[in-house]
Design a binder for this molecule. Sequence first.
Ligand code: GLV
Length: 325
Amino acid sequence: MPLKPKVLVTRDLPGDAISRLRERFQVDLPTPDEEIGHGRLVEHLEDKQGLLCFLTDRIDADVLANAQLLKVISVCAVGFNNVDIKETTRRGIFVTNTPGVLRETTADLTWALLLAAARRIPEGDRMVRSGGFVGWSPSLLLGHDVHGKTLGIVGMGDIGTAVARRAAGFGMRILYHNRNPSPLAAEVGAEMVSLDHLLRDADFVSLHVPLSQSTFHLIGKRELDMMKPTAILINVSRGEVIDEAALVEALKKDRIAGAGLDVFENEPKLAPGLVGLANVVLAPHIGSASFETRERMAKMAVGNLVDGLEGRRPQNLVNPEVFRG
Ligand code: GLV
C-alpha cells in the first residue's frame, strides 16, 4: 500500500475534521500546549506535502524554502495575508482559504461592535458591575442613535455586503467605497463614493478590506481628521488597515466619538494608551468565532486540502495560476 501523504495541522479543529484528515493522510497535530512558532513550523514542514494553518501562522519565504515537498497550504480563514503568495505561486504551491462560510457571522460581530460602541454597552456593563450605577439619571451614558444614520462601508465584498444588508432594519443610508462597483450594491441600496467622501459623510465607518500593500494604514491621521467628531469607526478586517497610534490620538482628543475593534495592528499586543480609553470597544479577534461557523470553516479547509493533495482543483484556490489541470 502506498504511504499516505503527510500533513501538518498547526492547531486542533472542531467537529470531525481531524478524523477526516486521518482517513487519508498521516497527520502531525501538535498537542494543545505545544505552540508551533515560526522556527518549529520550519522543522515540522520538512517532510510534509500538506499544511492546514491559521491566520497566526506566518508562512514566509524562509518557511517555504525549507518545505520542499509542500504542495498545498490550506488556510482556515478568509484572510490569507499571513502567506507569502508570490513565493508560494513561484514554487507551484496551492493556497486556499475559507470565504463565504464566515460572512454572516462576521457581519453579526460587526453589528455587535457598532451597537456596543454607539450605545456604550461595555461602559455601562463596567459601571453596573463596579457598583457605579446608583440610579437612573436623564443624562446617564448618552450615546449615539444608529437608526436613520449613514453607514459607510469600506470594502464592499462578501462581508461588507452582509453588513450593509443588516442596515436596512435600521433605516440607514448606505455609502460604500470599493475598487470596483459592487454588483450587489443596488440590492442593498448602497451608493458608491470616494473614500474621502465616505469619511466625511458617514456616521459609522466599517472596514472590510483585505490587508495588502494598498490597504496598509488606509485609515491614518489624515483620514481620521476627515471623519465627523460624532463618527464611530469599526474594524473587523485586519488591524494593520488602521494606523493604531493615530487612532489612539484621535480617540484621546475626541476627534471621533468612538471605535469598535476586533483586530489590532500588532496582535495580540495593543497600541500604548488604547486600553485606557473608554470610547473604544475591544474584542479579541472573534469575528468568525461561532460554534457553527468554525465548524464550517474547518470542513471547508479540510476539503480544500484533500482536493489539492489528490490532484483536483480546490474550490477556494487563491492563486489559480498554479493549477494546471
Ligand atoms: C479572520 O480574521 C479570517 O480572516 O478568517
